[in-house]
Each structure stands twice: as structure tokens, then as C-alpha cells.
Design a protein around this ligand. Structure first.
Ligand code: SF4
Length: 286
């Protein structure tokens, strides 16, 4: 099979698996599409006559971050295939009404933001009031701190991907302010969308921010204090649990900031990013 055909097949399988996870049991298919699907697999043209195969999009990291000898990124979907799959997913998620209480109370669905080719993905809990209003995850005070952490890693919001377990703000009936934790049922209902995002992006590492994200992704409830700083695995992808930035806003101790930063240093090492002496010594006592 050609690379392009394999990529299309992978994207199609991911899409159909996503539909199945979302509860779809039957698909309508046009006769001509069916005919195309059962046609013989196209063969690669002879090398002399072949046009150059399109190369996968480069990972969005600083130029020096991945040495030439490093392993290729896990991402195998072509750039345009990923874009089509993500757009298709977005078009299904934005009008989602699966949680009637959240759909009626939200301003908008907060889908996710960043580079769909990113080697690194941050996963949080759920949108808060600011995110609900602006339609982008992690833009309130905790989000601004996350942005600083990302920048301290010599990355940016544009070179990583940021999403939440829950795409709608948990409703707080009778309250004018404050947030609430998503219920297990809400997380289970919305999680297939995040799984599809991960399948499309195929990051080389995931950072799970806070206990709820870890519970949602790994089903582990043994406590963020025990899990943070220890590599886990999510569907074959290395996953680093760390504190949610909101925790660092509540607890300003240097020691807690250092713990999160040590977790990020481990992530940078995993991604084979260069780390300066200055970066290594952030938040250490003088
Ligand atoms: S939280 Fe997720 S599943 Fe529920 S309505 Fe919003 S997008 Fe749909």
C-alpha cells in the first residue's frame, strides 16, 4: 500500500472507531463510495515515474529541540488528513447536546486549541467561566500560568495542543461564580471526543493536569501527590501526571512550583528537547 493510502485508511478507521464509541451503529454509504472501497488497493508507481511523496509535517518544536538522530515522531497521519479529521470532529462536537444540562447552560463548547501536529498535548479538567465565554481552554488565571510554564519550556501555546476531558463548562445552578468538578457520568460521555483528538494528533507525550484529568484518562484515583512525576502510559503514549496550575495559584510555595517544573523537565527529556542550566535550576532555593 502507498503511504497516502495507509494514512487515509488509518484516518478512516479512527473516524469509524470514534463514531462507534459515540454510539453510532449504522452508516449510510453511497454506492460509488462502496465501489471505491472494494476496488483493488492502489500500487506504488515505479520510483522513476513517481512524484516525490509528500513528507509529514515537521513537529512544531524549536529547531534544535530534536536531534537529527532522534526517533521519528509517532505521528503517521499526513498533515491534510489530520486537518480534515480534526475539522470533521470539531463539526460534530460544537453542536453536541449529549449532556442536556451542560448544553443549555454553556455559552459555547470549548473544543481545544493548538497545533494538531504537536508532539506534546496538555489535558485538563473542564472549561471555567473565562473559557466558556471565549471558547478557548486555559485562558483564565490558571491558564495564564500554564502558558508561562509552556513558555518556560521554550514552547508556546501554538506549538502544543491543549484540551480538556470535558468540553462544556460544568453548570453551577444557583451559583453566580465558582466551578464544580465534572461528574463521572459527564466525563464518560465526553471522553470519546478527547480520545479522538488524541488519536488524530498522536502526540509523543501527554501532560495530565490535576487529579480529575488523571482519573478521566487513566481511571486512577490514588491521588495526584502520589502519581505526579511518575511516567504513566495512555494507549501507548507516555503520560506525565502533574498538579493543575490552579493548585499552584492556591499554594504559592516554591517547593510546589519546583515539583511541577521537575515534571516538565522530565517531559522535555522525553521529547529530547535541549535543556539549559538555567532551565534546570528554576525554582531551586538559592
Ligand atoms: S460536555 Fe461533551 S458530551 Fe456533554 S454536551 Fe458538552 S461536548 Fe457534548
Amino acid at each position: 500500500m502507498t503511504d497516502a493510502y495507509s494514512q487515509l485508511l488509518d484516518a478512516t478507521i479512527a473516524h469509524v472507531q470514534g463514531l462507534k464509541t459515540a454510539g453510532v451503529r449504522h452508516l449510510s454509504i453511497a454506492p460509488e463510495t462502496l465501489a471505491a472501497l472494494i476496488a483493488p488497493v492502489p500500487r506504488r508507481a515505479p520510483v522513476s515515474a513517481a512524484r516525490p511523496e509528500p513528507v509529514s509535517a515537521p513537529i512544531s518544536m524549536p529547531a534544535k529541540s530534536v536531534p537529527a538522530k532522534s526517533k521519528p515522531v509517532a505521528s503517521t497521519l499526513a498533515s491534510d488528513t489530520k486537518a480534515v479529521a480534526m475539522d470533521e470532529l470539531r463539526s460534530r462536537v460544537l453542536p453536541c447536546m449529549k449532556c442536556p444540562n451542560l448544553a443549555s447552560s454553556r455559552t459555547q463548547v470549548v473544543f481545544g486549541v493548538g497545533d494538531i501536529h504537536a508532539p506534546l498535548m496538555f489535558v485538563g479538567e473542564a472549561p471555567g467561566a473565562d473559557e466558556d465565554e471565549q471558547g478557548e481552554p486555559f485562558i483564565g488565571k490558571a491558564g495564564q500560568l500554564l502558558t508561562k510554564i509552556i513558555q518556560t519550556m521554550a514552547l508556546s501555546r501554538e506549538t502544543v495542543y491543549i484540551a480538556n476531558i470535558l468540553k462544556c463548562r460544568p453548570d453551577t445552578p444557583g451559583q453566580t461564580a465558582g466551578n464544580r468538578k465534572p461528574t463521572p457520568a459527564e466525563m464518560e460521555t465526553c471522553k470519546p471526543y478527547l480520545l479522538e483528538q488524541i488519536r488524530i494528533i498522536q502526540p509523543r507525550a501527554i501532560v495530565a493536569l490535576g487529579a480529575t484529568a488523571i482519573d478521566g484518562l487513566l481511571g486512577k484515583t490514588e491521588g495526584i501527590t502520589k502519581l505526579r512525576g511518575k511516567w504513566q502510559e495512555f494507549q501507548g503514549i507516555p503520560l506525565m501526571p502533574t498538579y493543575h496550575p490552579a493548585y499552584l495559584l492556591r499554594n504559592q510555595a516554591l517547593s510546589e512550583k519546583r515539583k511541577v517544573w521537575e515534571d516538565m523537565l522530565l517531559v522535555m527529556e522525553k521529547l529530547e528537547m535541549p535543556i539549559s542550566e538555567k532551565q534546570r535550576s528554576y525554582f531551586l532555593k538559592p
